[in-house]
Design a protein around this ligand. Structure first.
Ligand code: ATP
Length: 223
C-alpha cells in the first residue's frame, strides 16, 4: 500500500518571472519505507516537500495520502490531515522554549482534541520513552541540548501516530554523533513501527543508509 503518492506534479513560480520549478514529479512511498531526497541547492527539494506536506496547494497534478486524493481539498481538511497524518521534523526544532518538554510533545495532540488530557500526557510520555528521553519530561525546552531538542521534536512529530514523518534537513544542525542518533531513531521507527519517512537532506552518509534515494536535478527526478 502507498502511504504517499505524487502524480505528475508541476509547479510554476510566477514572480519575478515565470519559472517552471517542478517538472512532472512522480513517485510513491510505501508503508514502512525510509526515503531520502537529495539534489543540489535550488533544484526544488523544499518546494516539493512544501507541496507533499499539503502546505502549498498551488500546483498541478495530484497528491494522494493513504490512498485518498488530497489535491483540491479545503483548507480546514488539509490542516486536519497535516496534524493527524503527517509528523514534521525540521532543521530547527521550533520548540516553545518556555514550555516543558512534555508540554511541547503534547501540543499537536491537544490541537487535534480527540483524547483527554490525561491520555495525551500518557501518549507523550510513551513517545519520550521511545526516544530515551523520558527523564527530560519536566525540563523546560530552553534548558536542554541541541541533540535532545531534536529528539523532543521527533517525539512531538510522533504524538498523533502519523502515517509518515517528513523531514527537512533534520540533521542539518547537529554534530555527526547526534546526526547518527537521529538516523538510528528514524531507521528503528521505519523497521519496528512500520512508519514511512521522507527526508530532504544534503548529508550523503545519511542518505546512503536510507532504503531509497530520490535524486533531483533542475526540478526533475533523475532516478
Ligand atoms: N517563492 C518563490 N518565488 C520564486 N522563486 C522561488 C520561490 N521559492 C523558491 N524559489 C526558487 O525555486 C528554486 C527551488 O527552490 P527550493 O528552495 O525548492 O530549492 P532546494 O532544492 O530546497 O534548495 P536548498 O537545498 O538550498 O534548500 C530556486 O531556484 C529558488 O530560488
Amino acid at each position: 500500500m502507498s502511504i504517499l503518492e505524487a502524480k505528475h506534479i508541476d509547479k510554476y513560480f510566477k514572480k519575478p518571472v515565470l519559472f517552471h520549478v517542478l517538472k512532472d514529479i512522480n513517485f510513491s512511498i510505501k508503508k514502512g519505507e525510509f526515503v531520502s531526497i537529495m539534489g543540489k541547492s535550488g533544484c526544488g527539494k523544499s518546494t516539493l516537500l512544501y507541496i507533499l506536506s499539503t502546505m502549498d496547494t498551488d500546483y498541478e497534478g495530484e497528491l494522494w495520502l493513504n490512498d485518498e486524493l488530497i489535491t483540491g481539498k479545503s483548507r480546514e481538511f488539509l490542516s486536519y490531515v497535516r496534524n493527524k497524518h503527517i509528523g514534521f521534523v525540521f532543521q530547527f526544532h521550533y520548540l516553545l522554549p518556555e514550555f516543558s518538554v512534555l508540554e511541547n510533545v503534547m501540543l499537536p495532540a491537544k490541537k487535534l482534541a480527540e483524547k483527554s488530557l490525561k491520555a495525551i500526557e500518557q501518549d507523550a510520555l510513551e513517545k519520550l520513552s521511545i526516544l530515551n528521553i523520558e527523564h527530560l519530561a519536566k525540563k523546560r525546552a530552553a534548558r536542554i541540548s541541541g541533540g535532545e531538542k531534536q529528539r523532543v521534536a521527533i517525539a512531538r512529530a510522533l504524538i498523533n501516530n502519523p502515517s509518515i514523518i517528513m523531514g527537512d534537513e533534520p540533521t542539518g544542525n547537529l554534530d555527526s554523533h547526534n546526526a547518527k542518533n537521529v538516523f538510528d531513531i528514524f531507521k528503528k521507527l521505519s523497521q519496528t513501527n512500520d512508519l514511512s519517512l521522507l527526508v530532504v537532506t544534503h548529508d550523503e552518509d545519511f542518505a546512503n543508509k536510507t532504503d531509497r534515494i530520490i535524486q533531483m536535478e533542475d526540478g526533475k527526478i533523475l532516478s
